[in-house]
Design a protein around this ligand. Structure first.
Ligand code: 4NP
Length: 156
């Protein structure tokens, strides 16, 4: 099983959105038995909460389910459990690198790394800005490219 973990700050806006979007793409590609997806937050403020209303609304419009999703905090063990650890922004990335130390066993990257034509490297935090639509467009494109990358890399 190939394991993918998305990480943002609170695990209620961006990373659960990416988790749900990639899961839906993986299901469409009939790869659900080969790729498992989860998400977590750097902080613990929202542990146990469902995704933010803005994320739920956007996903509902796309008919993507958020059933059963609950925020959790990222832990050191995640970095050996998951093959692809995908941060939303430079701050998340820095925290993950710090947690992983010098010899990370997983691949740690940023979602927008996979969108080669993108000049924007960070998925902006919609928690204060409320720009969920803009964030969704980036997450959607990032997840398409990430899935292409994983399929190439894993030969599936
Ligand atoms: P997220 O957004 O990292 O995309 O889930 C945030 C959610 C909560 C907070 C910050 C960002 N917060 O400060 O509580």
């Amino acid at each position: 099983m190939i394991r993918v973990l998305f990480v943002c700050l609170g695990n209620i806006c961006r990373s659960p959105m990416a988790e749900a979007v990639l899961r839906s793409k993986v299901a469409q590609a009939e790869l659900s038995d080969q790729i498992e997806i989860d998400s977590a937050g750097i902080g613990d403020w929202h542990v146990g909460e469902p995704p933010h209303e803005g994320t739920r609304e956007i996903l509902l419009k796309q008919q993507i389910s958020v059933d059963g999703m609950k925020a959790r905090q990222v832990k050191e063990g995640d970095l050996s459990q998951f093959h692809y650890v995908i941060a939303m922004d430079a701050s998340n990335l820095g925290e993950l690198h710090e947690m992983a130390g010098v010899n990370p066993s997983s691949s740690i990257s940023r979602l927008m790394d996979y969108v080669s034509e993108s000049e924007i490297e960070d998925v902006p935090d919609p928690y204060f800005e409320g720009n969920f639509e803009e964030v969704y467009q980036m997450v959607e494109e990032g997840c398409s490219k990430l899935l292409e990358h994983i399929r190439d890399e894993e030969g599936i």
